[in-house]
Design a protein around this ligand. Structure first.
Ligand SMILES: Cc1cc2nc3c(=O)[nH]c(=O)nc-3n(C[C@H](O)[C@H](O)[C@H](O)COP(=O)(O)O)c2cc1C
Length: 369
């Protein structure tokens, strides 16, 4: 009998001191099911369903302080109660033999006064409000521009969150520097109109995120740190006039930290070519420049994932919606099995089961295409 070659996505990869048995990563996915901002026991079921020996899971965006909230029932990691609540969830993932990184972030102006302590304005790089979303009807509140002297305290919030994540048992943290949240509000010139040392030049706009990276590396060590960036994405009115240069600058900064584990980048938005959705593959220059493990995300399925791994375009591929709907995604990729379809309507609902832990496994009788 001839042994079958594994598909590229299912080959091993060494990330720093971690040995991964395959390259199919669970992307960070906000699920809005952590009541009172405290992670719940049902999260242990959800994450362990998606854990396999030697795999890498990234948690949903987990908030660093009470000013960082913006959507309902987000998990936090700034109180002892939250840290204790994460522990059994992390344990459940570790029992399956997987690695678990905590994505830590602050939503900045992607928020409303209702989510803020004492109903204050959300904080940001700017006073500029996000334009109301015509599609969803969502209106974010007018933010308040942080004063220069307030920024060190926010850096400390990130530092504490990283320390707490390690205390909770996570193998490391992923800094959320993507998707129009606070760190990106500073990085991109559409949302940074500051005149202090955190605004203006590229170096100034990136100063805050670099201070956050520096603080976290100092606290938990570069070999416990990854970051997610999305220079090309324009969510939440956050875009840059020169995303290429922004991405390159950030990669240079990351390379200053020897052993920093990974750079996780989100592809530019899908382009439709000849009626087919095509991944633009705009990340190659960053992949080439970065010294550590490179993770690509955004619109990948099995075939494209295999291709980018075998081409050396990415070391690992993060899957969001497909992994949400297919708890056994690596197995399905191995067998080239049909995939469950995701249900967008339950992405952000608060039920502990529906749209969360009830997607069928391949070997469930209830499995449907
Ligand atoms: C329900 C949902 C929640 C998400 N939450 C986060 C998040 O907390 N942090 C983050 O960086 N990206 C988040 N994303 C983006 C995903 O991580 C991923 O980049 C995106 O879904 C594109 O990848 P995909 O085509 O594999 O789904 C979310 C996406 C979805 C659909």
């Amino acid at each position: 009998m001839v042994a079958m070659e594994p598909i590229p996505l299912l080959t091993p990869h060494r990330m720093g001191r971690f040995d991964l048995s395959h390259r199919v990563v669970l992307a960070p996915l906000t699920r809005c099911r952590s009541y009172g901002n405290v992670p719940q026991p049902h999260a242990a079921v959800y994450y362990s369903q998606r854990a396999t020996r030697g795999s890498l899971l990234i948690s949903e965006g987990t908030i660093v302080s009470d000013t960082g909230l913006g959507f309902p029932e987000l998990p936090g990691i700034w109180t002892q109660q939250q840290v204790e609540a994460w522990k059994p969830i992390v344990d459940a993932v570790h029992r399956k033999g997987a690695l678990f990184f905590c994505q830590i972030g602050h939503m900045g102006r992607v928020s409303t006064n209702d989510f803020q302590p004492d109903g204050q304005a959300p904080i940001s790089s700017t006073d500029k409000q996000i334009a109301p979303d015509a599609e969803t009807g969502m209106v974010y509140s007018k933010p308040r521009q942080l004063r220069t002297d307030e920024i060190p305290a926010i850096v400390d919030d990130f530092r504490r969150a990283a320390r707490n994540a390690i205390k909770a048992g996570f193998d490391g943290v992923e800094i959320h520097g993507a998707h129009g949240l606070l760190l990106e509000q500073f990085m991109k010139d559409s949302s940074n109109d500051r005149t202090d040392k955190y605004g203006g030049s590229l170096e100034n706009r990136c100063r805050f995120v670099v201070e956050v990276i520096d603080a976290i590396v100092g606290e938990v060590g570069a070999d416990h740190v990854g970051i997610r960036l999305s220079p090309f994405v324009d969510y939440m009115d956050c875009y840059d006039s020169n995303p290429q240069v922004l991405g390159e600058y950030m990669v240079q900064q990351l390379n200053n930290y020897e052993g920093l584990l990974y750079c996780h980048m989100v592809e530019p938005r899908m382009a439709i070519v000849d009626g087919r959705r095509q991944i633009p593959h705009g990340l190659l220059p960053f992949r080439k420049a970065f010294n550590g493990t490179f993770i690509a995300a955004g619109g990948y399925e099995r075939e494209e994932g295999n291709r980018v791994v075998s081409d050396g375009y990415a070391d690992l591929v993060a899957y969001g919606r497909l992994f949400l709907a297919n708890p056994d995604l690596p197995k399905r990729f191995e067998l080239d099995a049909p995939l469950n379809k995701y249900d967008r309507s339950t992405f952000y609902t608060q039920d502990p089961i529906i749209g969360y832990t009830d997607y069928p496994f391949l070997d469930d009788d209830s499995n449907v295409e």
